[in-house]
Design a protein around this ligand. Structure first.
Ligand code: KG4
Ligand code: ZN
Length: 322
């Protein structure tokens, strides 16, 4: 069964073709818009929507070409409809509905965070229960996944997401957008000592990143060297994520952990996770940031569980995974 997955929730236009019968991603095309948002230091929703609209036909044709399938091979069309930047979401959602309507194949709307949550299992089947740590530009949360569709959010950020903190720290220090990859690269090349940054004290499994970000701003204003400052930030941010994850494992006694989202590409986080002593699932780099493959993978499984969605389903800027 050939499945199309579409994601335009933020600043990547992504479409994948997924063969559900063999559990293989046949193509996963991502057109990134970083260069158009860079001068603003973050994503501008209207620019994102315009670029999605300009690119989506080409991304779709490329996804079909690489997968060596034609539109008539598609049996299910899935698209992210929530949460995300509303003007951006609408482009992919409308495009996917059009394909579903014209080809007379079922349509499934997909929750973006839920798609990230399952992305470490693309190409295999999830084992339950597992603890999901989703770390992206818009979200930071720990979820206990009892089975597909049954989730307990154990903790989430009370202010900035960790990726957002990376992006803001990069903006403060003049490193551009997005912040994660450039800070990670600097961290790898830096071998000096570290500045002491405060680890936020939020009880339980919730997170807060605004205090670390403010401390970085104060030190930057006092003239702290950029490489030392951003490397110190990465060290404390990753250590904080690991602390919370350890706490969640201890509390739930679930030792199967799946980490996903743009920040799961981080090299230090990957190193630290590998030495945690848990059964670890983490996506290949291709599926860490926003991608259509995770939408097709989850959309197919939700379709089997719940059936198709009406083409009248709308887009939502905000939505919890419950
Ligand atoms: O999942 P994603 O592509 O989009 C959202 O759904 O938000 O995540 C993007 C975020 C950005 O904040 C970016 O700075 C961060 O992921 N990121 C990283 C790395 N690569 C991307 N953060 C830390 N280390 C990285 N290597
Ligand atoms: Zn995402």
């Amino acid at each position: 069964m050939i499945v199309l997955g579409v994601d335009t929730s933020c600043d990547d236009t992504s479409i994948a073709v997924y063969d559900a019968s063999s559990n293989k991603v046949l193509s996963n095309i991502v057109s990134s818009q970083y260069e158009f948002h860079r001068e603003f230091g973050g994503v501008v929703p209207e620019i994102a929507a315009r670029k999605h609209a300009e690119n989506i036909d080409l991304v779709f044709l490329e996804a079909l070409k690489v997968a060596q399938v034609s539109p008539s091979d598609l049996r299910l069309v899935c698209a992210t409809n929530r949460p995300g930047l509303l003007p951006a979401l609408l482009v992919g959602l409308t495009f996917a509905k059009g394909i579903s309507y014209n080809l007379k194949v079922p349509f499934k709307a997909v929750h973006h965070i839920e798609a990230h949550l399952f992305s470490p299992f693309i190409g295999s089947e999830p084992s339950y229960p597992f603890l999901g740590l989703v770390v992206s530009g818009g979200h930071t949360l720990i979820v206990l996944v009892e089975r597909l569709g049954r989730y307990k959010v154990l903790g989430k950020t009370l202010d900035d997401a960790v990726g957002e903190a990376y992006d803001k720290v990069a903006k403060i220090t003049g490193l551009g957008y997005p912040g994660g990859p450039v800070i990670d690269k600097i961290y790898r090349s830096y071998d000096g000592d570290y500045l002491k940054l405060p680890k936020p004290k939020v009880s339980g499994l919730n997170f807060s990143f605004s205090g670390i970000k403010s401390a970085v701003r104060r030190l930057a204003e006092k003239g702290a060297p950029t490489y030392q400052l951003v490397s110190s930030f990465q060290r404390v941010a990753v250590s904080y994520l690991i602390d919370k994850l350890k706490e969640a494992v201890k509390e739930t006694k679930v030792k199967r952990v799946a980490v996903s989202g743009g920040v799961s590409a981080n090299s230090l986080l990957r190193e630290e996770l590998a030495s945690l002593g848990v059964e670890l699932y983490i996506p290949p780099l291709e599926f860490t940031s926003d991608n259509g493959a995770m939408v097709a993978y989850l959309g197919y499984r939700k379709f089997l569980l719940e059936g198709e969605d009406s083409l009248e389903v709308g887009a939502l800027a905000r939505s919890q995974i419950t």
